[in-house]
Design a protein around this ligand. Structure first.
Ligand SMILES: [Fe+2]
Length: 191
């Protein structure tokens, strides 16, 4: 079979999901750095790289007018968007290793149990998902979105620090802060 330029396929996915150029690569890169900092082995780092790229693939089913909506979502729209982890899981579970598909399924679970879709808590959430959550949150804050301009890096780092133990796994946050302290966070190049 001929080689296919997968980066282009990823860009197409990003265009369909949201206007998010480079987002999934940054989420993937930071997730791998966080995983390495925690001491995960190579197989898990490979899984993190893939889960970072595909974490929001379930959004591909949604109307771009909802995904790109500048204002707040209605209750119905929000309910629909909250289904994207399960849709991503359904798309990947027969194609990828279970750990990668599960990392996608649980990437909006919060450490304190207040996340979705299941409200899992703490160590019941797979570590790969706890890592993707931190990485995704940081990039969501520091890149331009339909509903917000890019926020300052210091603000985003502080948000993640403040939410350790509630939204985020404190162990993952510790590693995140170490990476932030040496300026190794991947950032969108805003022109
Ligand atoms: Fe997501």
């Amino acid at each position: 079979m001929r080689e296919i330029p997968t980066d282009i396929l990823i860009e197409v996915m990003e265009d369909v999901i949201e206007d998010l150029h480079g987002h999934v690569h940054r989420v993937s890169d930071l997730a791998v750095d966080l995983g390495a900092g925690i001491g995960l082995g190579n197989a898990d780092l490979d899984r993190l790289a893939l889960a970072g790229i595909l974490h929001d693939v379930g959004k591909i089913h949604f109307d771009p007018r909802i995904l790109g909506k500048p204002g707040p979502l209605s209750e119905d729209e929000f309910e629909l968007i909250r289904r994207h982890p399960e849709m991503g899981f359904a798309m990947t579970r027969t194609r990828l290793e279970p750990k990668v598909a599960e990392a996608i399924l649980y990437h909006h679970e919060r450490y304190d149990g207040g996340g979705y879709p299941f409200g899992l808590e703490a160590d019941n959430i797979p570590i790969l998902s706890r890592i993707v959550l931190v990485s995704d949150a940081f990039d969501a804050m520091t890149s331009v979105r339909a509903y917000q301009p890019a926020l300052p890096v210091d603000f985003a780092v502080n948000e993640i620090r403040t939410n350790a133990g509630t939204q985020f796994d404190p162990t993952v946050v510790d590693i995140f802060l170490e990476i932030a302290a040496v300026d190794r966070l991947p950032l969108e190049l805003v022109s």
